[in-house]
Design a protein around this ligand. Structure first.
Ligand SMILES: [Zn+2]
Length: 251
């Protein structure tokens, strides 16, 4: 690098022109700098796929595997001799980036929406849709179901698409209250409904597996927007439909 400096610059004593180039920054740091420069948030439940460059996910997988290896070593697990944990670091890195937290690193699945040509305006609900997430506080599973109620607006999407977008949104570290809001924002963006209601019932393994160790406790929360918010009878109808769908489960 020093060879490109103009000759007029004063020479710095002790600085050799053959000084080794500085080590490249870890890929996570490069991505973070790019996100900060663009003013894009990267909280645990944000998606950052838009600003990832080609090949960086593979590099990130290697970096994360290295850190998980260090974590296992810090937990005093003999990964060099334990055949069970030999490749755990690589597995965990793949699992985080491409499975359980894929909603942070991968683009939203392609979801086509169509104009509501028939002017449908009767409400319907879709569910149960599996909720598979992890709590931001402990990174342990949040598992449950969600129901989505729609009063159609200007656009419609296929029923299975609700499950796809929910899977993408929930596959991030979350707290349940925010997950429901983010899912509502995405569905509103996709089909601009006149009304939207979402109900989530989930069990939090940070309460079942650790902490207070309450195996049966679940958390239920909902968001209602548009006509579901303004019309109490519509809101009641949504919860009634969910109840009927739950009874179909036979549990
Ligand atoms: Zn937790």
């Amino acid at each position: 690098m020093t060879s490109t400096l103009p000759n007029s610059l004063p020479s710095v004593p002790g600085l050799s022109s053959t000084a080794p180039a500085t080590a490249p920054l870890p890929v996570s740091v490069r991505i973070r700098q790019r996100l900060e420069a663009a003013g894009v948030p990267f909280l645990a439940n944000d998606n950052i796929a838009e600003l990832l460059h080609e090949g960086e996910l593979d590099q990130l997988e290697m970096e994360v595997a290295g850190k998980v290896r260090e974590l296992l070593q810090s937990l005093v697990i003999d990964i060099d001799n334990d055949h069970n944990t030999e490749e755990t670091a690589e597995r965990v890195a793949r699992m985080y980036l491409h499975e359980v937290f894929k909603g942070r690193y991968h683009q939203q699945p392609k979801i086509a929406s169509f104009p509501n040509v028939k002017k449908l305006d009767e409400i319907y609900t879709v569910g149960p849709i599996s909720v598979r997430s992890a709590c931001s506080h402990h990174l342990v599973p949040i598992l449950g179901n969600c129901w989505i109620g729609i009063k159609p607006g200007s656009r419609v999407i296929g029923l299975s698409k609700f499950a796809r977008v929910a899977d993408w949104v929930f596959s991030r570290p979350h707290i349940q209250e925010e997950a429901v809001m983010i899912l509502a924002d995405e569905i509103e963006r996709l089909c601009e409904p006149q009304g939207l209601a979402i109900l989530v019932k989930a069990q939090h393994y940070c309460m079942k597996w650790r902490g207070v160790k309450e195996p049966q406790t679940s958390m239920v929360n909902s968001v209602v927007r548009g006509d579901f918010r303004h019309d109490p009878s519509l809101k009641a109808e949504f919860f009634e439909l969910v109840k009927q769908q739950e009874s179909l489960l036979g549990t």
